[in-house]
Write a protein that binds this ligand. Structure first.
Ligand SMILES: [Zn+2]
Length: 187
């Protein structure tokens, strides 16, 4: 499965736009081309990423001190995170969501069928033939019942596939980063 370099959504035959270093989906192409007004074929990954960030309208008060793929931005100084809403998460272009670290109760990886992290890691190493139907990072907030979800793919993905290993890598980095920020805030 080939995925968009920016949002990691699926790339289809009619949903694939080439830039200097790879391909993006139509939604990301729309942002990177400033609403189809510029060509992107000569643009680098960094340029495409910056144009997509700009289209997400991150306020200037949010100082990006860290980022994990196109899923999460961190403002460590202001103890705030920004969940970038790619179409895997919200099914449409949506504004990003901001949360204070203090608002977060916990953060966990959720997988369907259910497996704990150790089991997933073992299966990746063993190049297991199994299939995963969903992979998410769930951020539970202190004052809300519904967790914030960062979703990595939809539909069946093989555990041994590159797409799964890549998604799981991002999920783990997000979880580790949020845990680290929470520890910083309790010190
Ligand atoms: Zn995309």
């Amino acid at each position: 499965m080939q995925t968009c370099d920016i949002c990691h959504g699926k790339l289809g035959f009619m949903n694939r736009f080439r830039y200097a270093e790879g391909c993006v989906c139509k939604q990301c192409y729309q942002k990177a081309s400033r609403q189809f007004t510029e060509t992107i074929t000569g643009k680098s990954y960094k340029e495409i990423q910056a144009l997509c960030d700009e289209a997400q309208k991150i306020p200037e008060s949010f100082e990006v001190t860290g980022r994990i793929g196109n899923y999460l931005l961190v403002d460590e100084r202001n103890r705030e995170i920004c969940v970038l809403n790619n179409r895997m998460t919200k099914h449409e272009a949506a504004a990003p969501d901001f949360y204070q670290i203090e608002e977060i109760k916990n953060c966990a990886i959720s997988c369907l069928p259910h497996m704990d992290i150790g089991e997933i890691e073992r299966k990746i190493l063993e190049r297991d033939e199994g299939i995963v139907k969903a992979l998410k990072v769930k951020i539970t907030l202190k004052n809300a019942n519904k967790p914030v979800e960062i979703s990595f793919f939809e539909g069946a993905v093989r555990i041994k596939s590159f797409a799964f290993r890549q998604s799981f890598g991002f999920a783990k980095r997000i979880m580790d980063e949020i845990n680290r920020l929470q520890e910083l805030c309790t010190e």
